[in-house]
Design a protein around this ligand. Sequence first.
Ligand code: ATP
Ligand code: MG
Length: 251
Amino acid sequence: MKLAIAGKGGVGKTSLTVWLGDYLSRQGEEVMLLDADTALSLGQALGLKENDIPTPLIQDKKLIQERVGEGFFQINPRVDDLPDKISKQVGNLKFMVMGTISDAGSGCACSPNALVKALLAHLFVEKNQWIIVDLEAGVEHLGRGTIEYVDGLIVVSEPSMRGLQTAARISVLARQIGLDRQLLIINRAPVDFKLPDLPGLPSLAATIPVLPSLASRQLESSSVLDLAEKEELDKVAAEIIATLKKNTAKP
Ligand SMILES: Nc1ncnc2c1ncn2[C@@H]1O[C@H](COP(=O)(O)OP(=O)(O)OP(=O)(O)O)[C@@H](O)[C@H]1O
Ligand SMILES: [Mg+2]
């Protein structure tokens, strides 16, 4: 399944991408994580040092020129070799850094995005294969159609009205492009969290509490793996996967 993770800034998109990927890979599934954000934080959340994080695909002007060209874009650029060519293995996970078109130094305004879209459109995933895209914050990427070709959308929010309003906007826009398989995760939720009645929100699949072991390591490490709350996070991941699987027609 191809999944995208969206939400307001700082709500936990990157962390959840890693937690889900880590859980799935321990279940024996094949997982590719895609960083579609500018900050390159997915690599850090996986515990990589800055020097070990691959250069974003969109900064590889030569590759983009070769595959997509400029001016009239090639509609179906070749992408099948890219995962092997530019992904990095981190434990059992494969990891690719795409970057966003707003990245400084990107090749040009549109063609990198065309390549990213093509990658999501044409990469074929088997039943036991997962591609999880960590999106940039907010709603802009929806206008670029970056997630047109994913099978499911996980919208993350904090328990705040601003976070939930962004979540609702994302959800509505995604439904407009036909992405109906959606679910909502509330991160840093208090035990007594009750979802306010806000039109447009996807249905709530799980909540994640504040994780003391993550909060206390922030100054030493950006890794979100191997936390004391691993069991709790595995339960959330299992719940998300089960909800996605029963939630709609697309494979
Ligand atoms: N449940 C939690 N408990 C404690 N800390 C958390 C929790 N979830 C995330 N964090 C921390 O909060 C910070 C933001 O999380 P993260 O980077 O995953 O958010 P994001 O939505 O990807 O942010 P951005 O919009 O900047 O990409 C990180 O330092 C992360 O370690
Ligand atoms: Mg992030």
